[in-house]
Design a protein around this ligand. Sequence first.
Ligand code: 5RP
Length: 233
Amino acid sequence: MKTSGGTTAQKRRAGEAAAALVEDRMVVGLGTGSTAAHAIRAIGERVADGLDVRGVPTSFDTRRRAREAGIPLAALDEVVGPDAPGIDLAIDGADQVADGQLIKGGGAAHCREKIVDSAADRFVVVADPSKEVPTLEHPVPVAVHPDAWTVVSEAVRAAGGEPALREASAKDGPVVTDNGNLVLDCDFGDIAEPASLATTLSRTAGVVEHGLFVDLADAVYVGTDDGVRRTEL
Ligand code: 5RP
């Protein structure tokens, strides 16, 4: 369930502005998606100019992009733990943004994205104006253990949502995530209380991770036609 609507130039401005935050010797969480890809490319250009940085990718796709961009990579358990440096900054996209709360998972990478983004000292969201809404209402991607997709579907219906198993486009059957899970896109209509829904989903057995990112972002950079709108949260 990829979201689109913004222009390449808007996404590029947001990504490049976030990439400019990276400083020497930082460990940087590298998000997934077309907007984060602009940040990865821009960080790679700075590495070619001598920037000393390590990236922690949030997906197979991002790992490949980062390698192509020449960014040295680190595993999550190398940088988080006793005597480890931690993650200084994470840069990641979003499918919808309302008042600093996010829906992510359009690329089915939200499990690892949430781990890396929440482990970072600072998490900057990069987006285009089409992602901004007054109230979150995009279907919430829910990664589920493969055996549990009907169990979780029933729980989602009981919580007032309508689940749809995400189908692959170049494979028969469902999308399988980098971690071997399935994805339910769960339509709850307007989500007036994201924190409450997030708690309900997190408590459901069989849910590996959901795409509601509540109170995780520290700043939102929205690329526009002539600049970048920066909101600190
Ligand atoms: C992947 C994500 C992406 O960050 C989200 O889908 C936004 O992607 P894009 O920048 O291509 O619009 O959550 O799981």
